[in-house]
Design a protein around this ligand. Structure first.
Ligand code: PAF
Length: 281
């Protein structure tokens, strides 16, 4: 496995592999791997000849006062895990090389970036899609792998790929959960013991929504009301949003029909957790 920090060097390696007809898989990450990342990496290793994992805590997707500086980083552990999974290249550029002095080009997926997480994180998705576009230009992957926990991110990246005619296939893999149902996230490490325990309630509320739907409920307000009650039943849980939207355009729906995304963001103290389920009716 190679650790490459320079953009030119990684481009050179990829060009070499492409010349021999090898397929390239990319798993874009911000590092601090957990089982969620590993599930993407394993799938990429199964499906592609050359697998590149990018590890880059992208400053452009953090707003003022957010956790850019304290976001967990542990490159040597990540490298060890990547090596164990037979990854070919870890691409870990510096912020300076990704955003040199004078940098000004950003990609914006307009409407979908302004809803759900985009309301409390107004510049987040502009930062995400810009860095993903850069990674796609640098690595030129045949397939890129994303986790289903960041459902809005995956839907927005898909829109960008379609709108900008990019030659990459996206694969979105299921959320990997802890035993008690909490969606795996690097940010879970911020939680104290009590909040960590109570955070399992988020998935319980989503399962509660699923139960209501299975028993015939189609009214969005009723689903949101029930979820809200469940989440608020534990201390410290501050709801940022609970939304029921169509899973393609992220537009709110009043009555459930088709492919629906039920998504939430909840703060425990300063830690903001997200989770979702997709239902098909
Ligand atoms: O999901 C993430 O870890 C990040 O948003 C991504 C896609 C690597 C872009 O920085």
């Amino acid at each position: 496995m190679q650790l490459i920090k320079s953009i030119n060097s990684v481009k050179k390696q990829i060009r070499k592999a492409k010349k021999t007809g090898k397929s390239i898989g990319l798993v874009p990450t911000m590092g601090y791997f957990h089982e969620g990342h590993l599930s993407l990496i394993r799938k990429a290793v199964k499906e592609c000849d050359v697998v590149v994992i990018s590890i880059f805590v992208n400053p452009a997707q953090f707003g003022p006062g957010e956790d850019y500086l304290r976001y967990p980083r542990e490159l040597s552990r990540d490298l060890h895990l990547a090596e164990e999974e037979s990854v070919n290249i870890v691409f870990a550029p510096s912020a300076k090389s990704m955003y040199p002095n004078g940098y000004q080009a950003y990609v914006n997926v307009e409407k979908m970036s302004k809803v759900l997480c985009g309301i409390s994180r107004p510049s987040h998705f502009r930062g995400v899609v810009s860095v993903v576009a850069k990674l796609f230009n640098i690595i030129e992957p045949d397939i890129a792998y994303f986790g289903g926990k960041d459902a809005q991110q995956a839907i927005i990246v898909d829109r960008m790929v379609k709108d900008l005619n990019m030659n990459v296939k996206l694969k979105v893999l299921p959320i990997i959960r802890e035993k008690d149902g909490l969606a795996m996230s690097s940010r879970n490490t911020y939680l104290n013991k009590m909040d960590r325990k109570n955070a399992a309630n988020l998935y319980k509320s989503l399962k509660g929504a699923k139960r209501l739907i299975n028993s015939g409920t189609r009214d969005t307000n009723r689903i949101i009301h029930t979820m809200r009650k469940m989440i608020k039943s534990v201390p410290h849980a501050q709801i940022d949003y609970i939304s029921v939207v169509d899973a393609k355009g992220l537009k709110p729906v009043k009555r459930l029909k088709g492919k629906i995304l039920i998504a939430l963001a909840v703060y425990f103290g300063k830690t903001r957790l997200i989770d979702n389920i997709i239902v098909r009716l």
